[in-house]
Design a protein around this ligand. Sequence first.
Ligand SMILES: [Zn+2]
Length: 193
Amino acid sequence: MTLNWNRVETMPSKQYICGYCGDDISSEKGWFGKNSSTARLVFVYLCHKCERPTFFNTDGLGQTPGAIFGNTVEGVEDDLVEKLYNEARRCTNNKSFTSAVLSCRKLLMHIAVAKGAMKDLNFIEYVEFLSEKNYIPPDAKDWVDHIRKKGNEANHEIVIMNEVDAKDLISFSEMLLKLIYEFPANIKKKAQQ
Ligand SMILES: [Zn+2]
């Protein structure tokens, strides 16, 4: 997709995490205006990765859409994995933490099945599968206990999750995705050079 924006101006460079694509960027392209009641400037910056606009209000703090949590993972060949991960990340910018957790759970279950786990296990069994097959590094095994304590999927209850729960599970998913997809893809690329 290429968006051709009209009359884009060059402004002071701003670093932010794009709420659309999730990349940590610096942009100097966009437009500015003035809040007539406070005389402060307002800005719209364009992301150079996805070309979408983000609004920054007069105090310079508010960002709409807000930053999404977690980092971009490269080299994910599985479309569904990438979509679920980014969906979970995006849920955090509108405080949909339960949805973020549910997306991460689907993501981890999908990875486990792709790595040979049986279908129709429950969420915790999938996490245990990834741990037993050494996809989770030894020093990160405490995560498995943490997730086990948090996971109420066994009795099929939907529990409302908070921000910490969502961010914990996104961080855990990010670590796994980097180990399973990004690092192997990087080394493959290097070997080909
Ligand atoms: Zn973007």
